[in-house]
Design a binder for this molecule. Structure first.
Ligand code: PGA
Length: 241
């Protein structure tokens, strides 16, 4: 694992964007795995700026990690809406090439198998962007998540519901379930880029990078991945010693 500690989240985001934009330049038909949350926002701004400056994203295909169950795509807190607002509208990307799991699919089991098949049919994910939860989750793979898990319905932990309540009127409105790529799905990406910013991520980052590989810290599975780069600010790296 390559670990890059930057003075600020802004600098780390610029460096991560440099890698993503270089990969798109090299392969205009890149397949990108994307994440939601506050962590990748600055990275997405940098990608949008590169596109505005002439880097075409129209051949790129994207697959998002996860979506809340029960929120329609146009719900203000749905991850589809988040991606449209914070990235896709700023790119020249073809909306038909942007995949976000459907939290309203009537047959979730069949839908999850379809999502996995869509990733395979696209040739697999070249670069997967990841944040990390304060409990060590990647996507909505909450502890304990089998390290070979695939796209499936997951129950959110109380900690994640509390962490995400800031986006809703109150914690009771946060959906209790989500559909998420599995840890195994994420490990299939050819390259993973994990971003971690802020003191509240320091313990999860320490466990993920220095702890045992364990389903109790799903991000620790990345220790087994051949090409993972981790971008941290100093606060998130504080536990690495
Ligand atoms: P955050 O969430 O970027 O909003 O901190 C990260 C995550 O839960 O994966």
């Amino acid at each position: 694992m390559e670990v890059i500690v930057c003075d600020s989240a802004a600098e780390a985001s610029r460096m991560a964007a440099g890698r993503v934009n270089a990969a798109v330049r090299e392969n205009p038909r890149l397949v990108l795995g994307l994440a939601t949350g506050s962590t990748p926002l600055a990275l997405y701004k940098e990608m949008a700026a590169a596109c505005a400056a002439g880097l075409p994203y129209r051949g790129v295909t994207t697959f998002n990690l996860d979506e809340y169950i029960g929120l329609p795509p146009d719900h203000p807190q749905s991850y589809r809406r988040f991606m449209d607002e914070n990235l896709f509208k700023q790119l020249d990307i073809d909306p038909a090439r942007t995949f976000v799991p459907d939290g309203m699919a009537p047959d979730m089991e069949a839908y999850c198998a379809q999502y996995e098949a869509a990733i395979r049919d696209a040739g697999g994910i070249d670069i997967q962007i990841l944040g990390i939860g304060s409990n060590g989750h990647i996507g909505f793979n909450e502890p304990p998540s089998p390290l070979d898990s695939r796209t499936r319905v997951v129950r959110l932990t109380e900690q994640t519901i509390r962490d995400n309540a800031r986006f809703f009127a109150d914690a009771s409105e946060v959906p209790r379930e989500a559909v998420s790529m599995g840890v195994g799905t994420i490990l299939d990406a050819r390259c993973c880029v994990l971003l971690g910013f802020g003191a509240n991520k320091a313990e999860a980052v320490r466990q993920a990078l220095r702890g045992e590989v364990s389903e109790m810290c799903p991000a620790s599975a990345l220790q087994r991945h051949a090409d993972t780069v981790v971008f941290l600010d100093r606060a998130a790296a504080a536990g690495l010693g």
